[in-house]
Design a protein around this ligand. Sequence first.
Ligand code: PEP
Ligand code: CO
Length: 466
Amino acid sequence: MADWSPDSWKSKPIKQDVTYDDPEAVEKALAQLRQLPPLVTPQEIVELKKHLREVALGKAFVLQGGDCAELFSYCKQANIEAKVKLLLQMSLVLIWGANKPVVRIARIAGQYAKPRSNPFETVNGVTMPSFRGDNINGFDATPESRRPDPSRLVSAYFHSAATLNFLRASLSSGLADLHSPLDWGLGHVIDPRIREKYSAIVNRVTDALRFMHTVGLDRDRGVQTVDLYTSHEGLSLEYEQCFTRLFRHPPGATSSTDSFNPSSPPTGYYDTSAHFLWIGDRTRQVTGAHVEFFRGLSNPIGIKIGPTMAPSELVDLLNTVNPNKEIGKVTLITRYGASKVAEHLPGHIEAVQRSGHVVVWQCDPMHGNTHTTPAGIKTRAFDAILSELKQALEIHRAHGSFLGGMHLELTGEAVTECVGGAANLTEDGLSDRYETFCDPRLNEKQALELAFLVAGFYRGDEDFAV
Ligand code: PEP
Ligand code: CO
């Protein structure tokens, strides 16, 4: 790509930019980041890309989930384990439901930067910069803590590395060993009819695992551990640029498609800060800096799209970031809201179908369904989340398209941030354990429940209908 370089984004208009008041300190931080080793490898990135190709072709399903804003303080054993266990359980249920392999991508090990609607906020009469994520400034509501601090970019790397190190070590030590009994904890489900249904699914999943064990189908690596890929929003381009490294096909090869070493990733620029990066809904302008940066990456990428996206603009965007129409290279993460999905998704699907691009369609049922309670708490209703997912699934089916996956904000902790679900959390109960530093997340029980319900949709079980 002759007219692209890792810093060509600097010549384009940028949204959600951060202004630092000490340029020398910024340069010092970035110089350090440029020297540090990659967090993930091109080989792993290419492997994920192959899996996403399968998703785009309707042969696999992708589950992506994690915190809205990851904090440095979430870099703890219990926290990481709870999230991995939850994603694993959800994926088992979805494998059973959709009868397809499930690709797991966590919003973890780098999901620190947050776009904000307002760059400033006023707290107790004092106006200060908004919290932009742990890699930019502090959450404490004082002008000192909110001052963007470039050394946080370096801390972000080390917290990502520590999280990823523990993730990799625990997966290879059997955290995801499917032989160990999993605690499915269904005690919270109040309605006995629903509890019976969920228990029946759990029994089917565990029976299948036991059967595989008995007949020896689980001897390969597949059942002792699972693949889990990392992702975050590629918002802070200074940071992402530092990890965008040119990988050359091995010496001796004459072209990037040389079959000299077929398992080697093609020559290209890989953003090695995570396997998968996405562009947020606020920074996806076709002629803007973020799209410019992303169009040069060899990673699989996501683009969030909402009600303000015109179908023709969507096609321009796909042509810009994926001119070769690589299948599954782009994941379109749709986030309209339960009351708007039926209005916007059909036009987007039709435009993409006409364009010849084959994308992964992923539903984010979180970001279009946020509301504020009369008490001023930001929340999301479980039923609205489920309804957007169900409508998306049906709209894709009606268009001869596939809903390839879901993108959720969730946590392995027993927080109280979203209302509804089988434990019937009410608005009054939200204050019990409301801990998010950004958007409200599904707790572990709500997230698992969502997996049961989506599995039910795939199985065509009408009893699961909302
Ligand atoms: C997010 O995923 O946390 C987010 C900010 O989403 P969006 O860009 O879709 O608003
Ligand atoms: Co969010």
